[in-house]
Design a protein around this ligand. Sequence first.
Ligand SMILES: [Zn+2]
Length: 311
Amino acid sequence: MTDLAEILAATPWLLAACTFLVSLLVGSFLNVVIHRVPIMLEREWKAQAREMLVEPGRADENGKVDDRSDGSPERYNLLVPRSRCPRCNAEITALQNIPVVSWLLLGGKCASCRTSISVRYPIVEFATAVLSTAVVMHFGWHWQTVAALLFTWSLISLTVIDLDHTLLPDLITIPLLWLGLLLSLFWHAGLTAPAPTDPSSAILGAVCGYLILWTVYWAFKLATGKDGMGYGDFKLLGALGAWMGWQMLPLILLLSALTGAVIGIALIVLRGRDRNVPIPFGPYLAAAGWIALMWGPQIMGGYLTLTGLRH
Ligand SMILES: [Zn+2]
C-alpha cells in the first residue's frame, strides 16, 4: 500500500490516469445521488405532511404512519434498490453499469427494452472524471486533495439537482458547510490550498455568505414581490465562504453573476426563454466556487497587482 502511494506520488501521469478511472466510478455514484436524493426528500416531506394532517385520534389507531408515498414496501436509499431501467424495470447488471463505456456500447439504450437512456448519465460521469483529475493534478498528492475532491463532487451533485428541481438539498449543502469550517482548523501559514483559510475567515465567510444572499433575497422580494432565489442558495454561498474565507466571497459572487448573466442572456436569445421563468442560481454559484477553489488566490493576486493595491 505504501509502495503504491509512493509510486503514485512520484508518477504524475499514473496518478492522473488512476484518478480519472476511479472518478468515473464516483461519477456513476453521483448519478445515483442526483436521481435519488430528491425522491428520498420528497417521500420524507410527504410523510411529514401526512403525519401533520392525520387526525390525532386516528393516528393512534393506525399506529405508525406509512412513510412511503406509493405504499410500496421497498426500502429506498442511495444503496438499495439496485438501479433499474425506469421503463421496463430490468435490473442493470454490473457489466451494463461501466461508466461511459456501457452507455456507448449499448448505443444509449436499455439492454432489454431499447428505451433510450439519457446522455446525461455518461456526461455526469465524464465531467466528474475530468474535474477530479484537474483537482488532483492541481493540488498534488496531499490528504487535503481528498477534501477538494469531496467539495467538487458535492458541487457537481448540487448543480444537476438544482437544474432538475430548482432545489439545493440541505443534505448536501449543510455537511459541506461543516466540512469547510472543520478544514479551516488544519490551516497553517504557508499552506495555500485546498484548505486555504484560517478559522476566523471561515466563520466570517460562512455567516457573510449566507447573509449577503439573504439580504439580496429580501430586498428583491420587497421590491418586486417575487422570489429571486431560494434558501439553498444562501446555504451554498455560506458553505463556499466557510471553505475559502470571507475574502473570496466578492470574487465568487462576481464570477457567478457573470456566468449567470452570460448564460441567462444566451438562453433568452437562443431559445426565447421566458424571462419570468426562474433560472436556478445554484449552478452558477457552484461553478464560481469551484473556480475560486482552484484559482481564487491567483485571480485575487492578479487583480490586486493590476489595480496597484499590491506590488
Ligand atoms: Zn428497459
